[in-house]
Design a protein around this ligand. Structure first.
Ligand SMILES: N[C@@H](CCC(=O)N[C@@H](CS)C(=O)NCC(=O)O)C(=O)O
Length: 215
């Protein structure tokens, strides 16, 4: 199967980072189609590939698969060797819950702390709703790590689709919240953020941001 992944600007397109990270980390080959966001022609350009008018969209042969979580599910099914969901059923159910919670939630964090990959804008205080989101994410990460993370540095040990879903959150934390201790972190959440940024695929995304912002 030949894949093309339609994505937005790497500095700000948090949804795009999710499947991109999973595919790069898993070594699933794909070509990128880059569409600049916030331009007069952006919507028309996206609609050439994606019926929803949103990115990311995976073009798998002749078929378009849109929405980051649907793309991850498609890839997990098409590439079982990539182990995008953890094996034991209980861990897999928790990984899916964590991914879905991210997909459907944390609206306050998204609104007040938009992904801005290269920026460093530490926030000393957060609006209550954002602080509640951060506390919940820190607690969720700790729970996943404690219950299922023994075999590696990620939420379920080895890298999974849940980590792809939270990659953009790691970027938001690096930008706005370099210290997670006030939100209940005992060190596990920060270590997890560091593990995500130690991935060669994250470094490659960052290089891509530099290239795009220079051009
Ligand atoms: N739920 C979707 C959201 C996708 C989304 O909002 N994508 C943004 C880019 S980060 C987009 O395409 N915006 C362009 C527009 O709305 O015109 C997903 O997970 O893929």
């Amino acid at each position: 199967m030949s894949y093309r992944l339609v994505i937005g600007d790497k500095n700000i397109s948090s949804w795009s980072l999710r499947p991109w990270l999973a595919m790069r980390h898993a070594g699933i080959p794909f070509a990128e189609i880059n569409i600049e966001l916030r331009q007069p022609a952006s919507k028309a350009n996206i609609l050439r590939y994606s019926p929803s008018g949103k990115m990311p969209t995976l073009l798998a042969g002749g078929q378009a698969i849109w929405d980051s979580l649907a793309i991850l599910e498609y890839l997990a099914e098409a590439h079982p060797e990539a182990r995008l969901w953890p094996e034991p059923g209980e861990a897999r159910a928790l990984a899916r819950s964590a991914a879905a919670e991210m997909h459907a939630g944390f609206a306050a964090l998204r609104e007040h702390c938009p992904m801005d990959f290269l920026a460093r804008l530490p926030m000393a205080t957060l609006p209550d709703l954002v602080a509640a989101d951060v506390r919940r994410i820190v607690a969720l990460w700790r729970d996943c790590r404690r219950r299922h993370g023994a075999s590696g540095p990620f939420l379920f040990g080895g890298f999974s689709a849940a980590d792809a879903m939270y990659g953009p959150v790691a970027s938001r934390f690096r930008t706005y919240l370099p210290d997670l201790a006030p939100y209940g972190d005992d060190g596990a959440a920060q270590a997890y953020v560091d593990a995500l940024f130690a991935l060669p695929a994250m470094a490659e995304w960052e290089e891509g941001v530099h290239r795009e912002t220079r051009s």
